[in-house]
Structures are given as structure tokens and as C-alpha cells.
Design a protein around this ligand. Structure first.
Ligand code: AMP
Ligand code: MN
Ligand code: MN
Ligand code: MN
Length: 274
């Protein structure tokens, strides 16, 4: 089993890097890329045990980027964790996330939830701050009954506390990953709320900027998506990545290492570094 997209509590996941690695081992995942949002902190925590681990760890990250007013996620795989560009990139995103959190907090305060910023910061702890920290706070306070409704009412794209157009351009982020010797992967292409033709434009721009793979398979994607993405990979000469986008054992509908099968005609992304 291979999983090239998942999160720890260094971003918006709930397991520590070590717990995630243990879960990978128990679940029979042989190749794992931890792809936290805009941070590679998980890898520093695992430095001492990577050598002895039965799971092959592929250094990864999930960067947030901006494309035509949409926030688009680019996974970087097999990146050089020591590369200076990576440090610059992560530092940049840390500042953007911090500023965005303040602005989300301000909007939520205007809506009557004055402690949301402090509450989310506290829940984030040492993690980079992500919208799910705000969602967790709003659930804890009884403002909403679930994370999904926190996004639906307040935090999701176009909602009251959404902050738009803050991320670096798609081309910039792809450049960072290439600089670090990594493979840029367009994460969960079917999840962006855009028309089919706009999605094709995104994939065209992604490819032209140096993007090398599409995430053809991820958990909970609709029937037929993998085949459709496989067609696009053939059309644009792209490789195919796979990943669960696992965040937490509490989200029982997503299991580490589980996603629909990769169509046989796809070129697996890991062939690019093996
Ligand atoms: P951020 O990177 O801070 O913008 O947060 C994005 C993360 O929020 C995603 O990676 C998901 O984990 C989570 N998320 C996004 N939309 C939803 C939603 N509708 N319901 C629950 N979680 C969501
Ligand atoms: Mn997430
Ligand atoms: Mn994502
Ligand atoms: Mn993700």
C-alpha cells in the first residue's frame, strides 16, 4: 500500500508524526509521504527513527497556492528537506497563515465570537494554524455542531469569515517544489469548485508551469473521477499520484492507505524518483 497525502498535528491532523508512522506500519502502508499544510516539521520529529522504520518515508508537503481567485493545493513529493528554498517557502507560508488567522479572528469577532482567534491559536499549539483549528473552536463553543457546518456557515470559500486571495501564485509554488528537487502534484483536482473547462485550464497552467503529476486517486472521490483524471494524465503526459488525505482516526470515513484503485494505464508518480 502507498499513501502520498496525509496530515499530522504539525498542521490540521490529530496524530503526532510518530503515531501516524505507527498507524502506517499497522495498516500495511509501505510507502508514505506526510504532506502537512505548508510545513515539514513532522520530518524533524522523525529524523532519528526514519532509518530503522519498515515504512519508506517520502519527504512531502502540501502548499497552498492561488490560481485565478481559487485556492489550489499543490503537493510536493520527494523534496530535499535541507534545501534553502524550502525554508524560505515554509517561512513565507507561516507568515501568510498567521496574518490570515488574525483576519479570520477579526471577522469572527465582528460576528460575535470574540475569543475565536485566541481559541484557535490555543488549539493549534505548535502546529501551523489552519481553518480546522477555528472549526474545532466553534464546535467546542457550541456555535456549530460539526466541522462541516463551521465551514458551511463561516469558514468555507465565499463564507462570512473567508479570507480570499492571500496565497502565492500557483507558478511560484510549483517553482519552490522544483527548486527543492521535488515533484509538484496537483492535489485532489476534482475537489475544487469550478467548471469542467476551468479545471482543464487549471491543469493546463499547472503543466505549463512545470507540474508533473495529478492526484488521480484520493479517498471519497466520486465514481469515475480516477478514470477521468487518468485520461487527462495521458493528454498532458502527467504522472499519477495517490493518497488518502488522512487527517484523523476520528474521521472514520477516511482510512490511511485507502482510496479507489489506480487505473492500470497510469504512470505512477514514484517512478520519477525510484
Ligand atoms: P487551510 O489550509 O487552513 O485553508 O485549511 C484547509 C483544510 O480545512 C483542508 O485541508 C481540510 O482539512 C479542511 N476543510 C476544508 N473544507 C472543509 C469542509 N467543508 N469541512 C471540513 N473540513 C474542511
Ligand atoms: Mn487539511
Ligand atoms: Mn488539500
Ligand atoms: Mn491534504
Amino acid at each position: 500500500m502507498i499513501d502520498l497525502h496525509c496530515h499530522t498535528n504539525c498542521s490540521d491532523g490529530t496524530l503526532t508524526p510518530l503515531q501516524l508512522l505507527q498507524l502506517a506500519q499497522e495498516s500495511g502502508v509501505q510507502k508514505l509521504a506526510i504532506t502537512d499544510h505548508d510545513t515539514v516539521a513532522a520530518y524533524s520529529q522523525l529524523e532519528d527513527i526514519i532509518q530503522g522504520s519498515a515504512v519508506e518515508l517520502i519527504p512531502g508537503v502540501e502548499f497552498s497556492s492561488q490560481w485565478d481567485k481559487h485556492s489550489v493545493h499543490i503537493v510536493g513529493l520527494n523534496i530535499d528537506l535541507q534545501h534553502p528554498t524550502l525554508h524560505t517557502a515554509v517561512a513565507h507560508q507561516f507568515v501568510v497563515r498567521g496574518q490570515r488567522a488574525m483576519r479570520i479572528g477579526f471577522k469572527l469577532a465582528q460576528l460575535g465570537f470574540g475569543d475565536a482567534y485566541a481559541g484557535a491559536l490555543q488549539l493549534a499549539g505548535d502546529a501551523v494554524i489552519c481553518r480546522p483549528h477555528f472549526a474545532r473552536y466553534l464546535v467546542q463553543q457550541g456555535v456549530v455542531t460539526s466541522h462541516a457546518s463551521a465551514f458551511e456557515k463561516y469558514l468555507g470559500a465565499g463564507k462570512l469569515a473567508d479570507i480570499q486571495n492571500i496565497w502565492p501564485e500557483l507558478t511560484t509554488v510549483i517553482g519552490w517544489i522544483l527548486d527543492c528537487g521535488g515533484v509538484p502534484v496537483l492535489a485532489h483536482p476534482s475537489r475544487y469548485k469550478m467548471t469542467r473547462s476551468k479545471r482543464m485550464n487549471l491543469i493546463r497552467d499547472f503543466t505549463e508551469a512545470g507540474g508533473l503529476a495529478l492526484e488521480v486517486c484520493c479517498a471519497n472521490q466520486a465514481h469515475g473521477v480516477a478514470e477521468h483524471m487518468a485520461d487527462i494524465c495521458e493528454q498532458y503526459n502527467l504522472h499519477a499520484s495517490v493518497g488518502s488525505d488522512f487527517h484523523s482516526p476520528n474521521y472514520h470515513w477516511v482510512k490511511l492507505g485507502k482510496y479507489p484503485p489506480l487505473p492500470k494505464r497510469c504512470l505512477p508518480v514514484w517512478q520519477l524518483w525510484q
